[in-house]
Design a protein around this ligand. Structure first.
Ligand code: BEZ
Ligand code: FE
Length: 283
């Protein structure tokens, strides 16, 4: 038995990684070995104190304890640390011109009704009514038929329906639309407003300690999907929003900022036009 078998500060990485069994799945072995390497380097870099270690364990414990079927504090942690956006960027590299992805967020729900084009997704009324419209094409500009457009937004108070069960109608500000041969979509909703991500838990406390606000700039969520094309998980952001440059979850991309134009005498008060471009992918 050599001295390296024992754990020392200088050989900490080798001591841990050396225990890995030879039959470990190759990808798992690689990811875990790199995780241990970076984690130990970080702890040595900051010379983590015993008290800081205990605080970190307490933080992770509280993060787990607040999680349930509706609340996913670990994803929120990933979001505010930029990890969600980084994983998304690495896994959704697309050619220039194709619509970019951004974070999914925790408020998407399955089983939402499909509506005819032009329907309104807002079931509780709303002052700042808005027409959302545009075209879905491929990279060559050909309109795409049969594209499923799944949309959701907050209400004028900054809450999704699932955050206010009993207060908001089920599926308020949600809907699914399918494009016809012209590739066009249009539906009515309300102009979304900026809102804070859930900040009553450990992630919110962490943001407070770091002098960071919890707000996301106003946005409409979209999932654009069609067989044979990369699914686009994205938002359109309200042009001019005061949080565009400080989104709590780093979701804003310049190409996703959409105009919201007042429509004098219109059926809706606002109109937002945004065209989506799909990339023929492996999906
Ligand atoms: C959202 O846009 O719905 C969202 C994204 C990340 C964290 C919280 C909310
Ligand atoms: Fe959102």
């Amino acid at each position: 038995m050599t001295a390296i078998d024992y754990f020392t500060e200088s050989h900490s990485v080798e001591a841990v990684n050396g225990r890995m069994g030879p039959a470990t799945d190759a990808r798992l072995a690689h990811v875990m070995a790199r995780l241990v390497t970076h984690l130990h380097a970080f702890i040595k870099d900051v010379e983590l104190t015993q008290e800081e270690w205990a605080n970190a364990i307490g933080f992770l414990t509280r993060t787990g304890q607040i999680c349930d079927g509706n609340r996913q504090e670990y994803i929120l942690l990933s979001d505010v640390l930029g990890v969600s956006m980084l994983v998304d960027a690495i896994n959704n590299r697309r050619p220039t011109g194709a619509t970019e992805n951004t974070v999914l967020g925790p408020f998407h729900v399955d089983g939402v009704p499909e509506y005819p084009m032009g329907a309104t997704i807002t079931q509780e009324g709303g002052k700042e009514t808005c027409l959302f419209e545009g075209t879905v094409t491929d990279l060559a500009g050909t309109p795409l038929q049969g594209v499923r457009i799944d949309v959701w937004s907050d209400n004028e108070d900054g809450f999704y329906d699932v955050q206010q069960p009993g207060l908001q109608p089920t599926h308020n500000n949600r809907g699914i639309f399918v494009t016809g041969p012209d590739g066009r979509y249009w539906f009515r909703g309300i102009k979304p407003v900026a809102y804070p991500i859930p900040d009553d838990g450990p992630v919110g406390q962490m943001l407070g300690h770091l002098g960071r606000h919890p707000y996301r700039p106003a946005h409409m969520h979209f999932i654009i999907s069609r067989a044979g094309f990369d699914t686009i998980v994205t938002h359109t952001f309200v042009e001019g929003d005061k949080y565009l440059h400080s989104d709590a979850v780093f979701g804003v991309k310049q190409s996703l900022i959409a105009p919201f134009d007042p429509v004098p005498e219109g059926e809706t008060k606002w109109r937002s036009t945004f065209d989506f471009v799909m990339h023929k992918g492996a999906a």
